[in-house]
Structure formats: structure tokens, C-alpha cells
Write a protein that binds this ligand. Structure first.
Ligand code: PRP
Ligand code: URA
Length: 209
């Protein structure tokens, strides 16, 4: 079963509290999501493989480590996932970015895919699926199925806030996928919103309603 990693770095937790606050306006919300995404990128890449490299320092020859060339692909789920991409690219600037467009029907809560565009070599990449919210899990589940159908082999899921219901869906459907969260919340309400959550992530990022 995939592991759930709650990233409890104090800076992530501090900024998430202000992201949750309903008084935080669009500009600040966007900035905070960007900052948290960058901090989460630091944690999620912690176990990337290294290889030795010999260089000449001004003093002597030295053998130290560099990344072992593992290629990364970021896969934001549109639209809210886009809000986390730039923050991640600050730490992983060479990553390729694929997009999966999904919206959740507000009545049935089922996801509908409307767009997909991926790097051509996804089967060779470590993919990080990005979405601020993991609620019923329907959207992330669909996105991951879509990626696997197209050849993806290694996938991690990164979200700001998750409900236990969504985590369970991903763990059951995709036991090979580790989940990285800033917070695991209490539950979903009757409208499929995460409690306490942060409201509608897409609307708060883009100032829509
Ligand atoms: C939100 C969110 C996730 C999804 C989570 O997107 O960004 O993609 O809902 O819910 P689920 O786990 O129950 O599927 P939404 O469908 O509102 O689209 P948006 O990003 O365009 O606002
Ligand atoms: N999508 C959101 O944006 N927020 C929630 O709480 C649930 C789904």
C-alpha cells in the first residue's frame, strides 16, 4: 500500500494556516500556495537517487554527489493544480510539465476529463501529480489511471489538503503511489468539501465563484 507522508515542516504548517483562512485574499492565497509548493518540492525530492561525480576544487580532486539523472515530470490537474507548478519549478527547473484537465461535477462529484497533454517519455519519468485538494479522490484517481494507461510507471501524488476518504481511494486503487500532503483533514461534508479544508481551491486561486 502507498505511504502517506504528512509534511509537518513548521513553515509549511504556518503558511497552510493562512491559506485556510477565509480572510486571505486571492493575491496572498496564490503567493502562499506557491511558497508551500516550493517547500513541499524540497521534501518530496528528498529521496531522489544520487551518483558520485569527481570534480576539481581549487584545492584538490574531490568525489561527491550529483543527482543520478532521474527525470521528473510534473502533472498538475487543471485548474487548481496549476497554482502549485511554479513553486515546484523553482526547485526542479528542468522538470517537464504535463497537464490533465478534469473538473468535478458539482452534483454527482464525478470527475470529467476534458484535456490531456503529456511529455512524450512519461514511462521514463518519475511523475508527480499535483492538486491542492484530494477530496473524494475521484479526480486524482482518474488522472493516475489516465497516466498509467499511457505508460506511466512511477507516480507520486502531492496535495495540500486531503480527506481520509480520498486517501483511501488512492491507496485502494493505486497501492504503488505514495501520497505527500501538507495536512490530512477530518472528513468530507455532504457537498464533498473537505472539512475544515480551505474551500474551493480553484476559485480562491483565480478569484472566481
Ligand atoms: C477540485 C480540486 C480537485 C478536485 C478534488 O477541482 O482542485 O481537482 O476538486 O475533488 P475530488 O477529490 O472529489 O475529485 P474542481 O473540479 O473544482 O476543478 P477546478 O480545479 O477547475 O476548480
Ligand atoms: N475541491 C476543492 O477545491 N475543495 C474541496 O474542499 C473539495 C474539492
Amino acid at each position: 500500500m502507498g505511504k502517506v507522508h504528512v509534511l509537518d515542516h513548521p513553515l509549511i504548517q504556518h503558511k497552510l494556516t493562512y491559506i485556510r483562512d477565509k480572510h486571505t485574499g486571492t493575491k496572498e492565497f496564490r503567493e502562499l500556495v506557491d511558497e508551500v509548493a516550493m517547500l513541499m518540492a524540497f521534501e518530496i525530492t528528498r529521496n531522489l537517487p544520487l551518483q558520485e561525480k569527481t570534480t576539481e576544487t581549487p584545492v584538490m580532486e574531490s568525489t561527491t554527489n550529483v543527482l543520478a539523472g532521474k527525470k521528473i515530470g510534473l502533472i498538475p490537474i487543471l485548474r487548481a493544480g496549476l497554482g502549485m507548478v511554479d513553486g515546484m519549478l523553482k526547485l526542479i527547473p528542468a522538470a517537464r510539465v504535463g497537464h490533465v484537465g478534469l473538473y468535478r461535477d458539482p452534483e454527482t462529484l464525478t470527475p470529467h476529463e476534458y484535456y490531456i497533454k503529456l511529455p512524450s517519455d512519461i514511462e521514463e519519468r518519475e511523475l508527480i501529480v499535483i492538486d491542492p485538494m484530494l477530496a473524494t479522490g475521484g479526480s486524482a484517481n482518474d488522472a493516475i489511471h489516465s497516466l498509467k494507461k499511457r505508460g506511466a510507471k512511477q507516480i507520486r501524488l502531492m496535495c495540500l489538503v486531503a480527506a481520509p476518504e480520498g486517501v483511501e481511494v488512492i491507496q485502494n486503487e493505486h497501492p504503488d503511489v505514495d501520497i505527500f500532503l501538507a495536512a490530512l483533514d477530518e472528513r468530507l461534508n455532504e457537498h464533498g468539501y473537505i472539512i475544515p479544508g480551505l474551500g474551493d481551491a480553484g476559485d480562491r486561486l483565480y478569484g472566481t465563484k
